[in-house]
Design a protein around this ligand. Structure first.
Ligand SMILES: C[S@@+](CC[C@H](N)C(=O)[O-])C[C@H]1O[C@@H](n2cnc3c(N)ncnc32)[C@H](O)[C@@H]1O
Length: 476
């Protein structure tokens, strides 16, 4: 395709993405399906340019006030992620001159508020909320969220071990390193294409952010148990739970979205698991759920949330979310958690998790639940993670309780993570193979009362994962 023609397509793609009618990844996939002739490099340039605009939209829109041509074309020129030679071939001399001029603009002359907004590229409500949450960590957080996320893999411990999977991937030309925290994770070097490898097609690895892997470990799901993944979606965590259960027992994967559950099917087939029962539900009070009341050992609520912890992957979310939508989500999260809790038998484990950074969706939900349910004892998630082979798990957690402010907690997490050593240097505990390694002694430890309850709080700028929150309880 000629540079000019490709630039026109970029204009078209940006036009659709910036309407925010659908998630950016959905729009980009549909666009590529409709333009099948695009090569790998062309797709990469178009998708990365669209994502670059989403990440730094305020800055690019400010710069695009000058110049000529459609606003999308100007944004594409400013944020172009393909080669420079290509950009030169696609643009006029006047456009090239304009681009060179924009690169010399000095933001230092602008008022502080405007300068800040062109640097953080967040809607005002979100910038304020995050500043209140994390204090001095705000700029490091912004910096981390403007990077694109790496590719993390979870090793299917039902089929193989981490070092064996790593060696098998290397034999297929894919280099990885062990993830710093999760004992069942590998982080790819670069961004290789995985789905044509034999290791992937044999089901030995799945794509999953390290943070998500840690959430699944928090359930400590074991052989022969009855487990519910209440908001299973496309089953990222379901697959991890099924492997932890060694393909025994019964694992229900519930979701209100039949479409998302359908995406679980091929992944299940690859994983070799036969203990998973996907089931569509109408809502959290569905009859199917009532029938399981008081019968379940472990319930994971990976709640629908604002997703603001995943801005590295989904930068469009910051433009699509609103304070009103967050309020609605909070009500939904409370309702789902209350319904899910009813499933548990005495001694059972409840885990509530989100990929949100906002206290309203996290600590506030957990604390309201604890206050309303004295029959649920909040657990120390650091202790759980340690049992599951996570080295330095304290560096991933904050004390539970209304007293601590989030900003203080983030500073503590930074300090603890720094004391634990650079993220890259942390190795899993010796012999740790996640659920597999923990299986032998988990029986005795799992029901022990927590000394001091804690929450999991993962931050991109501190832990190199997406932003995640999790709390766990034991039904007394
Ligand atoms: C964060 S996503 C789950 C991601 C999934 N656990 C994974 O690891 O891939 C939240 C899911 O909750 C589902 N959901 C929304 N409302 C629900 C409800 N009332 N009951 C159960 N699931 C619900 C959504 O369809 C969505 O798939």
């Amino acid at each position: 395709m000629t540079p000019k023609a490709l630039f026109e397509l970029c204009d078209e793609l940006l036009n659709t993405v910036l309407r925010f009618a659908q998630p950016a990844d959905t729009v980009v996939s549909a666009f590529f399906r409709a333009n099948r002739s695009l090569g790998v490099r062309e797709r990469h340039a178009l998708a990365e340019t669209a994502y670059a605009v989403l990440r730094e939209r305020l800055k690019y829109q400010y710069l695009a006030k000058s110049g000529s041509g459609s606003i999308e074309r100007r944004l594409a020129i400013l944020a172009w992620q393909g080669s420079e030679a290509f950009l030169r071939a696609a643009t006029t001399p006047a456009e090239q001159e304009w681009l060179a001029h924009t690169q010399k603009i000095n933001f230092g002359k602008l008022a502080q508020v405007q300068r800040d907004s062109l640097r953080h590229n967040l809607p005002a409500w979100l910038a304020e909320a995050l500043q209140a949450e994390v204090g001095e960590q705000f700029w490091p957080l912004v910096g981390a969220m403007q990077q694109s996320a790496g590719l993390d893999l979870r090793v299917n411990t039902q089929l193989t071990k981490r070092d064996a999977a790593q060696a098998a991937l290397a034999a297929e030309g894919i280099d990885t390193v062990p993830t710093p925290w999760s004992p069942i994770g590998l982080r790819a070097v670069g961004k290789p294409t995985l789905n044509r490898t034999e290791v992937f097609n044999r089901g030995e690895v799945e794509v999953q952010d390290e943070g998500s892997q840690l959430l699944a470990l928090l359930t400590e799901a074991r052989r022969g148990e009855m487990v519910v993944d209440f908001c299973a979606g496309a089953g990222g965590k379901t697959l991890a739970l099924g492997a932890m259960m060694r393909n025994t027992g019964r694992l229900y994967a519930f979701d209100v979205s039949a479409h998302r559950l359908a995406a679980l099917k091929p992944r299940l087939a690859r994983s070799g698991l036969s203990n998973v029962y996907p089931a569509g539900i109408a809502h959290e009070r569905d009859e199917r759920i009532k029938r399981l009341s008081g019968k379940v050992d472990r319930v994971l609520v990976d709640a629908p949330c604002s997703g603001l912890g995943t801005l590295r992957r989904n930068p469009d979310l910051k433009w699509r979310q609103t304070p009103e939508a967050v309020l609605e989500l909070v009500a939904k999260q409370q309702s789902i958690l209350n319904s899910a809790a009813r499933l548990l038998k005495p001694g059972g484990r409840l885990v509530y998790a989100t990929c949100s950074l906002l206290r309203a969706e996290n600590e506030a939900i957990a604390e309201a639940f604890s206050a309303a349910h004295p029959d649920f004892e909040p657990l120390d998630v650091a202790e759980i993670l340690q049992r599951q082979g996570v080295a330095d798990a304290r560096a991933l957690t904050v004390p539970a309780g209304a007293a601590a402010t989030a900003a203080v907690e983030v500073d503590r997490a930074v300090e603890t993570a720094e004391t634990a050593g650079p993220v890259e240097s942390i190795e899993p505990a010796e012999g740790a193979e996640g659920a597999e390694g923990a299986e032998t002694d988990a029986n005795a430890a799992v029901e022990a009362p927590a000394s001091v309850a804690s929450y999991l709080r993962l931050w991109p700028q501190v832990h190199g994962t997406d932003g995640f929150f999790a709390a766990a309880w034991r039904r007394r």
